[in-house]
Design a binder for this molecule. Sequence first.
Ligand SMILES: [Cu+2]
Length: 69
Amino acid sequence: MNKILKIEGMSCENCAAAVEKALLSLPGVAEVKVDLAAGNAAVMLQDLVGDKALMLVVEEAGFEVVGVE
Ligand SMILES: [Cu+2]
């Protein structure tokens, strides 16, 4: 399953790397591709992971999730 997280507050490659690391720390997340210009992260899941859990780790890293598709 793939999800796209719309994220606010990423301004540079370090932010993108922090978001990627945070998401990859969740069990069940197989792959993360952050698109800094678009302000989103494509998350590939190998297990069921709730939207809330995805949002929480990104928010704990200091960014805001404004949408999950
Ligand atoms: Cu940054």
